[in-house]
Write a protein that binds this ligand. Structure first.
Ligand SMILES: [Zn+2]
Length: 360
């Protein structure tokens, strides 16, 4: 609504009629001052209501001489139309002010488009770790965790790694430098196997334990390496545990994770802390053994390392190797997840790219 009447054209017939002109000016002033809808409505009633000033002029027409009626009717109707127009403009203006005030006070802009809140979910690695844990919990294993900053003794020595083993070098292992600690004594654990030693050291068999957690190796990140990764270690120690128990347990595990119809094979291997040792493969579930890119055309996928716990390890924890035997196994959680979901690059797991994370 314009602020001054000069800006607005009052129709000529009103301007030339003293009473109508006075009424129009008065109405303009009243409407301009109206502060809210209620006041505006009162003004409308005062001018255009049943007993309003403009209505009165129009009703008076009947009593006018016939020759004056057309002109007076024109003025009255023009006035009515003009006031309706002004009232309408003012109403729109009041509504806009009210809306703006409400929005400002409520800090709530209903004109903004809705904000998309993506649904969160647990990380693929966490869920894969839990899936693995669940299989072993179902077999009666317990979960034990250990420190990530570990003594060289538990990470290497008590696991029968020779003093000159290459994985003890600076190139492979993160060493912790701290005043008062001899260099090489404390490292970031390179596998979760030290938990085996810690548990055996403090408890007696029977032991059926898995140990999930983070491990560290001084690797440059690439499609298959990461300086931080996750493992699940497991071991069983009791009287009369045989390689047959190891095979049965890991076959059960492999089928629980990769499917009932999987074939499982054991390949001889070497680990310092198990003897004999074996790597475990499952038949490729992508090509069903035919050979494909994922299994590198072998028909088999390597999923973990395992073996019978070396009697030498038992000697470190004070178990009688004549009385007890046991097996141990360890697997990379990232590797299991990547095989299961066909993920081509290890780094995808740690880049926090939602396009990747929300696919699983
Ligand atoms: Zn394949």
């Amino acid at each position: 609504m314009v602020e001054s009447l000069e800006d607005r054209v009052i129709p000529e017939e009103i301007r030339e009629d003293a009473e109508a002109r006075e009424l129009a000016l008065q109405a303009w002033e009243d409407i301009r001052r109206a502060a809210n809808e209620a006041e505006l409505e009162a003004i409308r009633v005062a001018y255009l209501g049943k007993k309003g000033k403009v209505t009165e002029i129009l009703q008076r027409l009947k009593s006018l001489p016939a020759q004056e009626r057309p002109q007076a009717g024109k003025v009255g109707n023009s006035l009515k139309k003009l006031l309706e127009e002004w009232l309408g403009e003012k109403r729109t203006s009041l509504e806009r002010v009210l809306t703006e005030k409400t929005l400002r006070e409520e800090l709530f802009d209903i004109s903004l488009p809705g904000r998309y809140l993506p649904r969160g979910r647990r990380h693929l690695i966490s869920r894969t770790m839990e899936e693995i844990e669940d299989v072993f919990l179902g077999l009666g294993y317990e979960i034990v965790e250990g420190p990530e900053a570990e003594l060289d003794y538990y990470n290497f020595q008590a696991l029968n790694f020779p003093e000159d083993h290459p994985s003890k070098s600076m190139q492979d292992t993160f060493f912790i430098h701290r005043e008062g600690i001899p260099l090489g004594e404390v490292i970031l654990r390179t596998h979760t196997s030290p938990v085996q030693v810690r548990v055996m050291e403090s408890r007696k068999p029977p032991l059926f334990v898995i140990s999930p957690g983070k491990c560290y190796r001084s690797d440059v990140p690439d499609a298959t390496h990461s300086p931080m990764f996750h493992q699940v270690e497991g071991f069983a120690v009791d009287q009369g545990i045989t390689f047959g128990d190891l095979k049965g347990t890991l076959e059960y595990f492999a089928r629980a994770i990769f499917g009932e119809e999987r074939q499982v094979r054991f390949r001889p291997h070497f680990f310092p802390f198990t003897e004999p040792s074996a790597e475990v493969d499952v038949s490729c579930f992508i090509c069903e053994g035919e050979g494909c890119r994922i299994c590198k055309y072998t028909g088999w996928l390597e999923i973990l390392g395992s073996g019978m716990i070396d009697p030498q390890v038992f000697s470190y924890v004070g178990y009688d190797p004549e009385r007890y035997s046991g097996f141990a196994f360890g697997m990379g959680v990232e590797r299991i997840a990547m095989l299961k979901h066909g993920i081509p690059d290890l780094r995808f797991n740690f880049e926090n790219d939602l396009r990747f994370l929300t696919q699983f």
